[in-house]
Write a protein that binds this ligand. Structure first.
Ligand code: NAD
Length: 260
């Protein structure tokens, strides 16, 4: 791996890294010789499966984990817990990379959207990433870390979508937040970017894939859905020196969907 793409010696925190796109990110980071990966997780079973898969890419990567359910009642407490435990676990005492990836979606017509589900999507997809960024970014600034923050945005950062209002609100806002916080922090050593995946085969899109897979396939210029491994390269690019003059950007990784 060229030094341009190397993450040697660095420590990353990744939310929702035990499946789907997050697991693709984790494998990408592992391939770039990251020193330590701190994952958030909900079940031991999915954590252990993910660790096995990541270790196949780089067996010497140190992997630690913080157990947390983003739907726990006290949002501020859970965010504080991820922050405190991550810095306690960090072998270097710093966090170089924060990846806000955990996300959910719910589909209902807007006028019938149950308000608890509406709020859950905003909580996981927007409020928690913003709060984590404030805490981690504050410490990165204090420690003068040359840090990188990445969000998982969506095509619905650019388009309204159908039946997914809270998701579109959250993902649209994340794209805007990426720019806003990048403007404040990039001159102080922190680059902030997002990745906007297109249609990717994961648990999140299981039901949608069953209904529409062929239709979507035909409309994607590359003629296939994305795979979590398609995100290994983009995450290495945005977290390594290969992108050292890139900030405030939302990188679309969609097989050409949005260009159509
Ligand atoms: P996924 O369901 O495989 O991954 C979601 C991750 O978030 C999992 O690791 C899960 O454990 C975590 N998560 C969900 N609810 C949680 C909770 N209550 N507490 C803690 N963690 C929780 O799906 P994915 O498609 O890999 O999604 C990852 C990100 O990609 C999400 O932000 C999603 O919005 C975004 N995304 C996905 C697609 C796609 O086509 N799959 C497209 C655009 C954006």
């Amino acid at each position: 791996m060229s030094s341009l793409f190397s993450l040697k010696g660095q420590v990353a925190v990744l939310t929702g890294g035990t499946s789907g796109i997050g697991l693709g990110y984790a494998k990408g980071l592992a391939s770039a010789e990251l020193r330590q990966l701190i994952l958030t997780y909900r079940s031991e079973e999915s954590l252990n499966k993910a660790i096995d898969e990541i270790k196949q890419v780089n067996s010497s990567l140190l992997i630690d984990a913080v157990k947390v359910d983003f739907l726990e009642d006290d949002e501020d407490e859970l965010v504080e817990r991820i922050f405190t435990q991550s810095y306690k676990l960090s072998q270097s005492g710093s966090i170089d990379i924060l990846i806000n990836n955990a996300g959910i979606t719910e589909r209902f017509p807007f006028e019938q959207f149950p308000s608890d589900k509406f709020n859950d999507v905003l909580k996981i997809d927007l409020n928690i990433p913003v709060k984590l960024t404030k805490l981690f970014g504050g410490k990165m600034l204090e420690q003068k870390t040359q840090a990188k923050i990445v969000f998982t945005a969506s095509l619905l950062s650019f388009q309204g979508g159908m039946l997914s209002t809270p998701y579109a609100i959250a993902k649209g806002a994340l794209k805007q937040f990426t720019q806003a916080v990048s403007n404040e922090w990039s001159s102080r050593g922190i680059r902030v970017n997002s990745i906007a995946p297109g249609y990717v085969e994961t648990k999140l899109t299981d039901s949608m894939a069953a209904e529409n897979k062929d239709l979507v396939d035909k409309r994607i210029p590359m003629k296939r859905w994305g795979h979590p491994d398609d995100f290994m390269g983009p995450i290495v690019f945005l977290t390594s020196d290969a992108s050292k003059y890139v900030t405030g950007e939302t990188l679309v990784v969609d097989g050409g969907w949005l260009s159509r």
